[in-house]
Unconditional design. Structure first.
Length: 189
């Protein structure tokens, strides 16, 4: 495990938390911190502490709460709108599914250990890879596009494909049971 120097520990841990929550890369997380600090007229350390409080289930107080929410929303919406990805060569759905599973696990690990630079580096790499494979500049948009490609809607809390009148867990083909959706696959809001 690689340690963060003490003078930058709070800010770098906040970057890791933002990478997991938004989702985004390290540079975008730093821009979110800076934008929130400017908007709330707060110092960088105070903003970083508010992000860490958010990761622990707390709620930042006053203008920092609103500034962080606005900065995170801006980062999520910075890309083009999510559309069905049929205008280019599509990546292998199996590879995307594997990468999404890895990305979700890394996001959970980053929230559990924001001080671990190795986890943060892996998360940044997985986010970058997902953006490249999906042809998106924004990590949030890349995740949405990947979910659309796979035909799942984890973001909306549903994981079952097809019509709503089908029973979850049952395949219309040959009466076979399908895998139930992974309840741990739900992404962060």
């Amino acid at each position: 495990m690689t340690e963060i120097p003490p003078q930058h520990a709070c800010a770098e841990q906040a970057v890791t938390v933002l990478m997991a929550v938004v989702p985004c890369g390290a540079e975008a997380a730093r821009r979110i911190l800076a934008a929130a600090a400017r908007s709330a007229d707060a110092g960088p350390r105070e903003t970083a502490e508010a992000v860490l409080a958010l990761a622990d289930g707390g709620t930042p107080r006053g203008p920092l709460r609103r500034a962080l929410a606005e900065a995170m929303d801006e980062a999520r919406s910075a890309g083009a709108p999510v559309t069905q990805p049929y205008t280019r060569l599509l990546p292998d759905p199996q590879a995307i599914a594997t990468l999404l599973k890895r990305h979700r696990g890394l996001r959970r690990r980053a929230l559990d250990a924001p001080h671990d630079l190795a986890v943060r580096s892996e998360l940044d790499d997985a986010t970058y890879t997902l953006c490249i494979l999906m042809g998106q500049r924004n990590a949030y948009t890349a995740l949405r596009s990947a979910e659309l490609l796979l035909g799942t809607e984890w973001w909306l809390g549903t994981g079952v494909r097809g019509r709503s009148d089908r029973r979850p867990g049952h395949s219309p083909l040959h009466g076979c049971r399908t895998r139930r959706p992974d309840t741990t696959g739900c992404d962060f809001p």
